[in-house]
Design a protein around this ligand. Structure first.
Ligand code: B12
Length: 429
C-alpha cells in the first residue's frame, strides 16, 4: 500500500497523474479493436453511416488510410443533404431520414476531428440547426426544470460539446439546463445510465471551461465538473468499472482531463485500467460505437481534445483482419419470454452456440409466432416493438436475463448461453 501511495505521489510530482487514467494496452490488442471498425467503413448505406466511428479513429493511434478520407466525404454528402435539404418547420418524428440532435452533434465532432471548423453558409446553417435543437430541448425541460428533453440529457450534453469544440457560443440559459440537471441529479438518474450521461455532460463542461465560452457561469461549470467526477468515482464497481464496462470509456475520457488529480482519483483510475484491460482481453468490446468511445482513451485522448486536434500525429495503418469464422454444430437452447404482452409469450428456442440474441428472435419469429421490429441506430439494431406492441414515448423494451438482470448489450451483440432465460419487458425510462 505504501509503495502504491509512493507511486501516485511520484506521478503527481511529475504532473502525470491524469495519465494514470490512460490504460497501457498492448498495441496488438488496440489494433484488433480498430480492425473491427474497418468493415463498417465500407458500409456506406444510410443506416450504417456512423460519425462516431470517424471521431474515434481520428482520436486513436490508428488510421484507415484512404478509406478514412472517403468515409468523411460520404458523411459530408449524406449529412448535408439530409440536414440542409429540409424545410424549416422540421418535425423529426415525421422524417425518419433526418439525423437527430445527437447525430448532428457527432457529425460536427467528425468535422472537427479532421481539423475543420464548421463555416460558410452551409456550416452556419448546421450550427443554427443544432442551436435550435438545443433551444427546443430547453423549452421541453421547461423553466421549472420538471420536463424532459425529447431526446435525452446525453444528447443535450453531446450538442453542447459539439458547438463548444467549434468555439460556438451558446446562451447561458441553454448551458444552465445541463448544469441544473447535474446539480440536482433527478433527471440524469432516471436515464438508468447515469455514468454515460454524466460523463458526457462533464466532457461538455470541461470544453466550456477550457474555452471560457460562458464566463458568467464559469464557477458553476467548474463546480459541476467536480460534481461529475465525484459521481463517476462513486459509481465504481468492485471490479473497477465506472458504472459498467461500457460506460467506463467515456468515464475515463472525463477523468483523464482532471486538472486536480488526487490520490483517490489515481487509485480509482489504476483499478479501472486493470478492469478495462481484463474486459478487453475477454473480448467484451464488440460494439463499434463503444469501440469508437474506447479507442481515444487508449491513446490518451478525449473528445475535449477536439478543441485543438492534432491532425498530423503519426498513426499506425490498420490492415483488415483475416476472419476465420468458427463453425459450430452444437445447438443451445434459450428460453424466450414476454410475460407482460397482450398475448404473453414463452418458448424454448434452439440456435447454434455463439448465435446472437437477434438470431434467437429471428428463429422465434420464423417458428413460433413471436413478432418484433427494430430500428437502426449508431449502436446497432434497437428493439422498438415486441408482439405488436410499440415501446412508445419514454418507454423501451428492456432486455433482461431472468429473473432480473438487465443485459449490458443489445440484441445484435449479446450471445445467450445454453439454458438461459431471456425476458423482454416494457419499462419506462
Ligand atoms: C440514452 C440511452 C438509452 C435510452 C434511449 C432512449 C432515448 N430516447 O434516448 C434507453 C434508456 C431507452 C436505453 C435503452 C437501452 N440501452 Co442504452 N444508452 C443510452 C445512452 C446513454 C445514450 C445513447 C445516445 O443517445 N447516443 C447518441 C445518439 C446520437 O446516437 P443514436 O444511435 O442515434 O442514439 C440512439 C441509440 O443509442 C438508441 N439506444 C440506446 N441504447 C441503446 C442500446 C443498444 C444496444 C442499441 C442497439 C441502441 C440503443 O437510443 C438512442 C436514441 O434513439 C448510451 C450511452 C453510450 N455510451 O452510448 C447507452 C447505451 C448505448 N445503452 C446500452 C444498453 C445496454 C441499452 C439496453 C440494451 C439496456 C437493456 N438491458 O435493455 C437498452 C436497449 C434495448 C433495446 N430496446 O434494444 C449500452 C450499450 C452497450 C453496448 N455493448 O453496446 C450503453 C452504452 C450504456 C451502457 N454503458 O451500458 N438506452
Amino acid at each position: 500500500m505504501r509503495q502504491f501511495g509512493a507511486l501516485l505521489f511520484l506521478l503527481g510530482g511529475l504532473g502525470a497523474l491524469a495519465d494514470v487514467c490512460v490504460p497501457e494496452v498492448d498495441s496488438k490488442l488496440v489494433e484488433r479493436l480498430g480492425q473491427r471498425l474497418l468493415p463498417w467503413m465500407d458500409w456506406l448505406s444510410l443506416e450504417h453511416l456512423n460519425p462516431s466511428i470517424y471521431v474515434g479513429l481520428r482520436l486513436s493511434s490508428l488510421q484507415a488510410g484512404a478509406r478514412e478520407a472517403f468515409y468523411l466525404h460520404i458523411l459530408k454528402l449524406n449529412y448535408q443533404q439530409r440536414l440542409l435539404g429540409l424545410a424549416v418547420d422540421d418535425d423529426s418524428s415525421n422524417n425518419q431520414a433526418k439525423p437527430s440532435m445527437g447525430q448532428l452533434a457527432l457529425y460536427l465532432l467528425a468535422l472537427r476531428a479532421n481539423c475543420e471548423f464548421v463555416g460558410g453558409r452551409k456550416g452556419d446553417r448546421l450550427v443554427s440547426q443544432l442551436k435550435r435543437f438545443l433551444e427546443d430541448e430547453k423549452r421541453a425541460i421547461g423553466s421549472n426544470h420538471k420536463g424532459h428533453p425529447r431526446t435525452s440529457y446525453y444528447q443535450y450534453g453531446l450538442g453542447i460539446l459539439a458547438l463548444c469544440v467549434h468555439q460556438k457560443r451558446l446562451h447561458d440559459s441553454v448551458v444552465g439546463k445541463l448544469l441544473y440537471a447535474v446539480e440536482h441529479d433527478q433527471h440524469l438518474q432516471q436515464d438508468h445510465l447515469s455514468v454515460d450521461t454524466v460523463a458526457m455532460a462533464g466532457l461538455a463542461f470541461t470544453c466550456l471551461e477550457q474555452s471560457n465560452l460562458n464566463p458568467n457561469q464559469i464557477h458553476r461549470i467548474t463546480q459541476a465538473i467536480s460534481t461529475v467526477r465525484q459521481k463517476i468515482l462513486k459509481a465504481q464497481t468492485s471490479k473497477g468499472h465506472f458504472g459498467n464496462v461500457y460506460s467506463t470509456p467515456l468515464a475515463l475520457q472525463l477523468l483523464m482531463n482532471s486538472s486536480m488529480p488526487g490520490e483517490k482519483l489515481g487509485r480509482a483510475c489504476l483499478k479501472a485500467r486493470a478492469a478495462l484491460l481484463a474486459s478487453m482481453q475477454d473480448g467484451a468490446f464488440k460494439n463499434v460505437l463503444i469501440i469508437s468511445q474506447l479507442l481515444p482513451v487508449l491513446n490518451g485522448k478525449s473528445y475535449v481534445d477536439l478543441i485543438s486536434p492534432d491532425c498530423k500525429a503519426p498513426r499506425v495503418l490498420l490492415q483488415p483482419a483475416v476472419e476465420t469464422p468458427s463453425q459450430t454444430q452444437e445447438l443451445i437452447s434459450v428460453m424466450l419470454k414476454v410475460p407482460h404482452a397482450l398475448q404473453p409469450y414463452r418458448h424454448r428456442i434452439s440456435v447454434p452456440a455463439g448465435a446472437s440474441l437477434e438470431d434467437v428472435l429471428k428463429k422465434a419469429q420464423e417458428l413460433t409466432g413471436f413478432t418484433y421490429e427494430t430500428q437502426n441506430s449508431l449502436s446497432g439494431p434497437y428493439l422498438t416493438s415486441v408482439m405488436g406492441k410499440e415501446a412508445g414515448k419514454r418507454k423501451f423494451w428492456q432486455l433482461l436475463q431472468a429473473p432480473d438482470t438487465p443485459l449490458l448489450e443489445g440484441i445484435a451483440d449479446y450471445t445467450p448461453k445454453d439454458g438461459q432465460t431471456i425476458e423482454l419487458r416494457l419499462v419506462s425510462w
